[in-house]
Design a protein around this ligand. Structure first.
Ligand code: CAA
Length: 300
């Protein structure tokens, strides 16, 4: 079968809420076999249980047949080591928001994966240009044909949480990204059911807008301008937002919000991205939001 994106097998690195969602839409909507890797076996078990739940819900709602759910689930396999991804046509990295971690992973991809494989990152704020530079093998000049080819296959493919529901994917081009990489990544996101909204989106507009909004809400709470419930209710009832900003911050993950704000602040030095003290303290306390049961709200 000829596929516009040419992705016959996808690798997904990270089985957290984003990686799992990406594996889910790839297997179910784009019909692509997925190799999933996470260094935590516990995270893989949790992720696959969520996938089974989501598929069962789609069957119960009559959106897909039981056979389609079974086929989609069978398209997802787990690999124990990064080396298990060596033959994939594309990999999407969805690990936590740390530049050194991503640099090390993209360095390993460069050493392990086929030279024509697309290397995508689901980062929400880290420079794709810096990540692409890390995909040039040691000893190879970034200006050489091999260096340009290695970095040129790196692209940002930023999905939104919950991935099965949200229609947007931001496509982010590094300085080095080739037009062919961008076209194939766009075709793949479209095959995952991500509609027209991704067309031509410039990088990271979403968080440049969203993070100051969330931070302002946290500062309102910190200063005692309004209570948690008043802040969230105002945005839900007054602006029809599906979640208030504090609820949304918990949903995204407070550690993730802080990492994104720090990246934006360090990159721009613009005070509108400076994280609030309360957010920093909550992350220091390891209150990460919905993912570990305590944020602005409590979760059981
Ligand atoms: N995974 C998969 N599906 C989920 C889900 C999850 N974690 N949470 C909810 N859903 C599904 C539900 O199963 C339900 O699906 P069906 O229609 O098939 O039943 C649907 O979403 C609606 O859910 P509910 O009826 O339970 O609840 P709701 O109407 O309150 O909607 C919501 C839940 C879709 C999450 C909605 O509150 C919402 O849109 N919130 C805002 C989400 C948002 O802004 N996401 C972007 C965050 S920013 C980001 O991800 C990027 C970044 O860089 C930080």
């Amino acid at each position: 079968m000829s596929l516009p994106h040419g992705i016959r097998t996808l690798g997904v690195l990270g089985a957290g809420q984003m990686g799992l969602g990406i594996a889910f839409v790839s297997a179910l909507r784009a019909n692509v076999p997925v190799l999933l890797h996470d260094r935590s076996a516990e995270q893989v078990t949790k992720g696959l249980a969520l996938m089974d739940k989501l598929l069962a819900k789609d069957v119960a709602k009559g959106r897909i047949t039981a056979d389609a759910a079974k086929d989609a689930r069978a398209r997802v396999s787990v690999v124990d080591a990064l080396e298990g991804l060596r033959d994939v046509d594309m990999v999407v990295e969805a690990v936590s928001e740390s530049l050194p971690l991503k640099q090390s992973i993209f360095g390993s991809f460069a050493a392990t994966l086929r030279p024509d494989a697309i290397l995508a990152s689901n980062t929400s704020s880290i420079s794709i240009t810096k990540i692409a530079a890390a995909a040039v093998p040691a000893g190879v000049s970034p200006a050489s044909a091999q260096g340009k080819q290695s970095a040129g296959r790196v692209v940002g493919l930023h999905f939104f949480n919950p991935v099965p529901v949200m229609k947007l994917v931001e496509l982010i081009s590094a300085l080095q990204t080739t037009p062919e990489t961008l076209d194939r990544a766009r075709a793949f996101a479209t095959a995952c059911g991500k509609g027209d909204d991704l067309e031509g989106r410039p990088g990271f507009v979403s968080n440049a807008l969203l993070m100051p909004f969330i931070n302002e809400a946290i500062m309102c709470l910190e200063k005692g301008t309004a209570t948690r419930d008043d802040i969230d209710t105002t945005l839900k009832l007054g602006m029809n937002h599906p979640m208030g900003p504090l609820q949304l911050a918990d949903f995204i993950g407070l550690d993730t919000c802080l990492a994104i704000q720090q990246t934006l602040y360090e990159g721009t030095r613009d005070s509108k991205y400076r994280p609030s003290v309360l957010l920093e303290r909550m992350v220091d306390a390891q209150w990460y939001g919905r993912k570990n049961g305590k944020g602005f709200y409590e979760y059981s």
